[in-house]
Design a protein around this ligand. Structure first.
Ligand code: ADP
Ligand code: MG
Ligand code: MG
Length: 245
């Protein structure tokens, strides 16, 4: 079965139907892009999958088993972890403390700062960061903070890692570094959901592309079986792209 699947997911906010019956399956080991215009429902979908919001309707299956994901803790227990579009790091804390924020007591009640520091250094190595875990987050660049946010997500041992527009504020070379990290994570068996509206990077990086528009799923295709033009047509709606070629 798919590692993660949603069936008929609907999410209604006051006055807005953000998701209107979305079905999508994520295959184990793939990098799967969610694309769509601003407001298409990408972030809402992954927030439902990670228990940030409850769905108004629908079902989530993990390894083929219907699973209640009512909180980020439930999602983490199911192996699903998200790096949000606006990462929430605390500037005046160092990296180790940010990575283990709210989890210092999780090890049998012991505050083992030395062990946390070593694990933080290991995680920073996994994301190819060239700075120590004792660095204060406020002294990091935006790109370095993104790496720390991913390191913090990896500390949760995800089977499915969701990245919501991780390159939005990165330069091309910073984004290239990140793609190398993401490919390495796939090699190590992590399934990735990758949200972006940069189609060049999506076609370069991912195995499968799902298009959302107005809260609905338009298509899901392996990258080799679609084209950039088709995806653009699906993102904006065919009539619009014919009107403004
Ligand atoms: P995307 O990530 O594709 O840009 P979103 O999932 O953020 O889209 O938004 C989908 C729709 O849901 C938009 O109309 C947005 O305004 C609305 N929406 C998203 N989050 C909230 C919220 N917390 N409260 C009310 N409306 C929301
Ligand atoms: Mg948006
Ligand atoms: Mg979004």
């Amino acid at each position: 079965p798919p590692v993660l699947e949603c069936r008929n997911i609907r999410k209604v906010f006051p006055g807005v139907v953000a998701l209107d019956g979305v079905d999508v399956a994520i295959t184990r080991g793939e990098i799967h892009a969610f694309v769509g215009q601003n407001g298409a429902g990408k972030s809402t979908l992954v927030k439902v999958l990670t228990g940030v919001y409850p769905a108004s309707e629908g079902e989530i299956l993990v390894d083929g088993v219907a699973t209640r994901i009512a909180s980020p803790v439930d999602a983490e227990a199911a192996g699903i972890v998200i790096v949000h579009q606006d990462q929430q790091l605390v500037g005046q804390f160092d990296i180790t403390r940010n990575i283990f924020l709210g989890r210092e007591m999780s090890r049998a009640g012991l505050l083992d700062f030395a062990a946390m520091g070593r694990e933080a250094e290991d995680l920073l190595r996994r994301v190819g960061a060239g700075f120590p875990a004792t660095t204060l987050v406020r002294d990091l660049s935006v790109a370095q903070r993104e790496l720390v946010a991913i390191a913090a997500a990896l500390a949760r041992r995800p089977r499915v890692l969701i990245l919501d527009e991780p390159t939005a504020s990165l330069s091309n070379s910073e984004a290239d570094h990140l793609f190398g990290i993401i490919r390495g994570l796939r090699e190590s068996g992590v399934t990735i959901i990758y949200i972006s509206h940069y189609l060049d990077e999506v076609f370069d990086l991912v195995d499968r592309i799902t298009v959302l528009r107005d809260g609905r799923l338009v298509s899901t295709s392996p990258v080799g079986k679609t084209s950039r033009q088709r995806i653009i047509d699906e993102i904006v709606g065919r009539s619009l792209s014919q009107l403004y070629p």
